[in-house]
Design a protein around this ligand. Structure first.
Ligand code: CTP
Length: 413
């Protein structure tokens, strides 16, 4: 199964049962696996485990109420939304009878229950009920467990043994090691059920450089972050990802095959090798549209008062794929626009024969090159348009691939 939790964003929700005292160990184990962990406590949980212990082991602040303290800074006001967006998986351990009842009825009166609602669809929720044996077997708890299971949550039957009441029976929270294993299985099986699982996905990323002479080039501000985020997310969904990138300072996402190129022609030549065999081609690179017709050998001297540079057109890699793709192959592109954005994006979708295009609003502060966030509007060839809020590039990549998966389902590809 490999280390499926590495790099994953995990929320641990803790409710008020005695087993809560074991949760700092759970946080530790998940962090050791390379996961980022945020902790959410119910009021009841604070009787059994301290905020400070959990904040120390998670190296993050711990959340309880939806309502932030009065001295909160800007972004914290809607933390129940942004944490839900952030999470790749939600573990609730221990889940008391009261918390199960609140979750199953859709109540939303603290951070834990709010996150249950704001978590993105399809993300695994693994719940570990833990309580006295009689309580666990009571009709109301069993009914709530059935409701939550029918909503797609994984409810893990508690262990049997000695209980806090002094009685013995079913009701013990599994040990943290076993909770980690259950979570790994849940995350792994979600990846297996992805529409992208086993598909060959090619992503272009970053800028290209077009040589003027031996030491100078024409390029753009692309950082490659968006393309790399897409490659990472596709690999996590079980796709076989090839990433063709211009010069960037980014690490190769785990499990991704990377080709480094410099010019648009080089990017084109590498990409062309995959046109026939790939299932999905995603053009996230900011490919230079033109290149100097005759790059100068060596370094140009400044001996002329002015010079003229003749530029010739580079091949449009994505359009070339779009035009020759076979039925069943998908082409996805970006449209970076500074004005008439949606109209231009729709034109590009049609002109390049794409299945999905992400109109990338460009304003240099919140969206576009270099910054860590993006504001995308996704348009598929059936005309379905999805406006996304300002998101990190990782989150935007997830949403783009969610949308692509949905497109695969509705068009039965
Ligand atoms: N693209 C490409 N090869 C090129 C130019 C663009 O593969 N030579 C891809 C980009 O990766 C992106 C999409 O085409 O997915 C649109 O790129 P964009 O720069 O927004 O538009 P252009 O097609 O270059 O058109 P224009 O510059 O006129 O807006």
């Amino acid at each position: 199964m490999g280390n499926v939790l590495r790099g994953k964003n995990i929320i641990i929700g803790i409710s008020g049962g005695i087993a809560a005292y074991k949760t700092p160990q759970l946080v530790r184990l998940l962090k050791k696996q390379g996961a980022q962990v945020r902790v959410v406590l119910t009021e009841g949980a604070t009787h059994f485990v301290s905020d400070l212990a959990l904040a120390t082991v998670s190296e993050e602040r711990v959340y309880r109420s939806i309502f932030p303290p009065a001295d909160t800074s800007g972004t914290d006001y809607t933390r129940h939304i942004s944490l839900g967006e952030w999470a790749d998986a939600f573990v609730i351990a221990p889940a008391t009878a009261n918390t199960l009842a609140r979750l199953s009825s859709g109540l939303c009166d603290d951070m834990l229950t709010a996150l249950f609602i704001t978590l993105r669809p399809g993300k695994p929720v693994v719940i570990f009920p833990a309580m006295d044996g009689q309580m666990f077997l009571s009709p109301s708890v069993q009914r709530n467990i059935r409701i939550l299971s029918s909503q797609g949550c994984r409810l893990i039957t508690p262990d049997s043994g000695e209980l806090a009441s002094g009685l013995s029976g079913v009701g013990r929270m599994p040990e943290p090691e076993s909770i980690v294993l259950s979570l790994e299985k849940a995350v792994h099986s979600i990846a297996n059920s992805s529409q992208l699982y086993g598909k060959s996905v090619v992503v272009t990323a970053g800028p290209t450089r077009e040589k003027i002479d031996g030491v100078r080039f024409i390029s753009n501000y692309s950082s490659g972050k968006m393309g790399f985020a897409i490659a990472r997310s596709a690999a996590e969904r079980g796709a076989l990802v090839t990433l063709i990138t211009g010069p960037v300072h980014l690490e190769t996402p785990s499990g991704v095959k990377r080709f480094d190129v410099e010019t648009a022609m080089e990017m084109h030549d590498v990409a062309e090798n995959f046109f026939k065999s790939c299932s999905i081609f995603i053009g996230a690179a900011a490919v230079s549209d033109y290149r100097p017709a005759e790059p100068f050998e060596g370094k140009m001297k400044k001996e002329h008062p002015e010079i003229e540079l003749t530029l010739i057109k580079n091949p449009d890699i994505l359009a070339e794929f779009g035009m020759q793709k076979a039925p069943g192959q998908l082409a996805v592109g970006f449209a970076l626009e500074t004005h008439a954005g949606l109209d231009n994006a729709r034109k590009k979708l049609n002109a390049k024969n794409l299945d999905l295009i992400a109109f990338n609003f460009f304003d240099r502060k919140t969206s576009g090159f270099e910054v860590d966030t993006n504001i995308l509007t996704l348009i598929d060839k059936e005309g379905v348009t999805t406006e996304l809020p300002q998101l990190t590039k990782d989150q935007a990549a997830e949403r783009l691939l969610d949308c692509l998966e949905q497109f695969c389902v509705t068009t039965q590809l």
